[in-house]
Design a binder for this molecule. Structure first.
Ligand SMILES: [Zn+2]
Length: 103
């Protein structure tokens, strides 16, 4: 889906329609420290020990038979910055989209 960089929208602070700057919410990358502790947790949990670790059995691993992680689209999460009062407000409800482009 394509979204214009600037859009006319109702500003809840000015209580009128003003030009807004549209931006997507920032997604923070996981830090290397968190990654290292996750790796250690993996070693402690699934990486060793007895059992077949969900490989064979009465049921296959949960990711094989349940719809886990199947969604390919994400809900948009835009921030709107009012050009008049410079205040930012969020989108009330996101729309499902695979890819978001700012034009
Ligand atoms: Zn405003």
């Amino acid at each position: 889906m394509k979204i214009p960089k600037e859009i006319k929208r109702l500003c809840p602070y000015c209580k009128k329609h003003t030009t807004h700057k549209v931006s997507a919410s920032k997604k923070r990358a996981p830090s290397s420290l968190a990654h290292a502790s996750k790796y250690r947790a993996k070693l402690r949990g699934k990486g060793r020990g007895c059992g077949n670790r969900g490989k064979y059995g009465s049921k296959p691993a949960i990711t094989k038979w349940k719809m886990t992680g199947k969604k390919s689209s994400k809900k948009t999460d835009f921030r709107y910055e009012c050009k008049e009062c410079k205040k930012t407000h969020m989108q009330s409800s996101g729309i499902r989209a695979k890819k978001v482009e700012f034009t």
